[in-house]
Design a protein around this ligand. Sequence first.
Ligand SMILES: [Zn+2]
Length: 300
Amino acid sequence: MYHSVMDDPLQAASTLGGIVHSTKVFREQMELIARDYNTLTLADVLLFVQGEKEPPTRSVAITFDDGYADNFEVAMPVLDQTGVPAAFYVVVDCVENARLPWPARLRYAFYTTKKSTWAESNGTLWPLKSFEQRDGAFLKACDDCCQLAGARQEQFVSGIERDLDAEFRSAENPMMTWDQLCGLTRRGHILGSHTMTHPNMAYLPDADLQIEFAESKRSLEERLNSPIDHFSYPCPALSPHWRDRTVEASAQAKYRTAVTTNGGPVRRNHNPLCLRRVRPTKDIEGLRWNLECTFLGRSV
Ligand SMILES: [Zn+2]
């Protein structure tokens, strides 16, 4: 379960936080996987859980969430050089508007603002002097924002950016373009949906839930001119990030697989609409440890 790969992960500390791998470590991890493990596509994983394919033992599938520009510019060349296929789950509104997903925008606003307080809509005043205070206010805003989708979410986020006078701007598009997404599929990688606007799907009203599942699938299929079968449930704040109702809605939207951020192996006969994943550490031996523990059935 990867997100972002950059030469210098610290350059994104105020937006993406700790989800960035360095190019060097990512390359070494892909070399490890290509050498000591077998690689699968998400399509292979589906056939496996359905009992239609028996992959070699110690098989691994690589996924990327969110759709950052570095997935195409930095990660894809490494994947192609090492011969490792991956699935990339993108947030449609972020691609369409060339804008970071909302958790990155809020992190930037709370961590870089020069304001000394944040007034929550209910009147609560949050001091923003120390790192801990900024972090506390950021996490509270995330808990509220993750339950919103679409225009209401955008209103919430841009309201905070305005109040804190700290809107993230960048000369370069932080997200992949439609052309780059087509480039990924041309090289044999799989594209999937990570919703329209990155809410916590377990906390959404039904109407928003349908839009996030169905509209993101429809938009991606239209722009990329190919079927979108795979989904990744965002996990931006609060717990859980999927429930039985969420899984049913993903089936109704005709997804064939969906991945969670829960740790653990995928076994035959697991429900393909709530597949577990493995967190990649930021070093080589840690990744090997997590994979070996996972193969033994332990969640890490
Ligand atoms: Zn995400």
